[in-house]
Design a protein around this ligand. Structure first.
Ligand SMILES: NC(=O)c1ccc[n+]([C@@H]2O[C@H](COP(=O)([O-])OP(=O)(O)OC[C@H]3O[C@@H](n4cnc5c(N)ncnc54)[C@H](OP(=O)(O)O)[C@@H]3O)[C@@H](O)[C@H]2O)c1
Length: 338
């Protein structure tokens, strides 16, 4: 198949860098257009970016030139899909415009997540919500598909196979890495040798998004904490379920969970459980194939009828850019490109 031309907007930030890395050699998508803020226009990517990934920058992207954020030039370049890693305030204006210009927008920003005709897509859990793009006017117009907030992505993944047991309440505490705040993000004065028990808007996002993604309506009790870790969000979770399930039922549900087949960015096993007592840890954030796309669970236990466990999600890969790429793959696989 001829590759589909794609753009990354916000390509120099933490999420943008993952897009650049994952799209540098993608079997379906050709990285054709890259933007950042105006001051970088005309500069080569490798010269201007502050690369924070824990591996080398791919050769293919080093000499790409950062271009002006201009719809006409993007169209002339043949771009069909736009991956957005813009801050929410910028995305709020840019993304509806991109959509009305006919682009297929896959966004990480929260700006459009709560619009009733915009899916918060995690193809493993709710691929049918892709059909909401028709309510935005597709195929006559473009559309916008968002992915969830990074903590919610891990949570929704681990809960999707457990929906069948009836989820009554979710109590979640998160231990979130600094890359979740973007680059340069937090001041090192604030986060070195410290934890910060407040992340603005995060707890509200978890509650709203998990309900929309999984079409469930549990009570949600969340605390979110920033910790001095580079990549990967750890979460501890307690659930009240309607059914009285055994721990083996939970492990079986995770092990057998694979709702989307044959997308290039979908791991063979999207949720991996281990009963190793110190598993999982953020230092495994880039494990898996593709790297960073697996959600790891562990520490499973049952007490007074409640089910408890830990999970690890790579916030910038599965929880952000990788999730968006998987969303675009799910769209191409379901609708093709017209
Ligand atoms: N980090 C995560 O784990 C994570 C997870 C899920 C979702 N998200 C969401 O994903 C989005 C990107 O997050 P991030 O962490 O990558 O942020 P970031 O590191 O701050 O990167 C923002 C990017 O947007 C560009 N940009 C900023 N203002 C712009 C403007 N006015 N016009 C054009 N480009 C502009 C920046 O370019 P310059 O470098 O030139 O300034 C940079 O490339 C946010 O909406 C965030 O909430 C992040």
């Amino acid at each position: 198949m001829e590759k589909i031309k794609v753009a990354v907007i916000g390509a120099t930030g933490a999420v943008g860098q993952v897009f650049m890395w994952m799209l540098s050699n993608h079997p379906w998508f050709e990285l054709s257009y890259v933007t950042a803020s105006a001051a970088r226009v005309g500069q080569e990517y490798a010269q201007t970016v502050h690369w924070v990934m824990p591996f080398e920058m791919p050769e293919e992207i080093k000499k790409m030139v950062v271009k002006e954020f201009n719809y006409k030039s993007m169209k002339e370049e043949g771009v069909r899909i736009v991956f957005s890693a813009l801050p929410a305030a910028v995305a709020q204006e840019a993304e509806p415009q991109l959509r009305s210009q006919g682009f297929y927008v896959f966004s990480n920003a929260a700006a459009m997540r709560y619009d009733s005709n915009v899916p918060i897509l995690i193809p493993d859990t709710n691929v049918e919500q892709l059909d909401l793009i028709r309510e935005q006017g597709y195929p006559q117009t473009g559309f916008c598909v968002t992915n969830a907030n990074c903590v919610t992505t891990g949570l929704a993944m681990a809960l999707a196979p457990l929906r069948k047991f009836g989820i009554k309440t979710i109590t979640i505490n998160s231990y979130q890495s600094v890359s979740g705040a973007g680059y340069p993000g937090l001041s090192s004065f604030d986060i070195t040798d410290n934890c910060i028990p407040f992340i603005k808007g995060e707890e509200e996002k978890i509650e709203k998004e998990v309900k929309k993604i999984l079409s469930i309506n549990p009570d949600v009790y969340a605390y979110t904490v920033r910790v001095p870790v580079m990549f990967g969000h750890l979460e501890t979770i307690w659930l009240d379920l309607e059914e009285d399930v055994e721990l083996e039922d939970i492990v079986d549900a995770w092990n057998n969970f694979k709702e989307v087949q044959d997308l290039p960015s979908t791991p063979k096993q999207p949720i991996v459980y281990s009963d190793e007592p110190t598993f999982p840890q953020p230092k495994y954030a880039f494990w898996g194939d593709p790297k960073g796309m697996v959600v790891y669970t562990g520490r499973l236990k049952k007490k007074n009828g409640k089910i408890g466990f830990c999970l690890l999600v790579n916030n910038i890969v599965k929880g952000a850019a990788g999730g968006s790429i998987q969303n675009a793959e799910a769209f191409v696989s379901r609708y093709g490109i017209k």
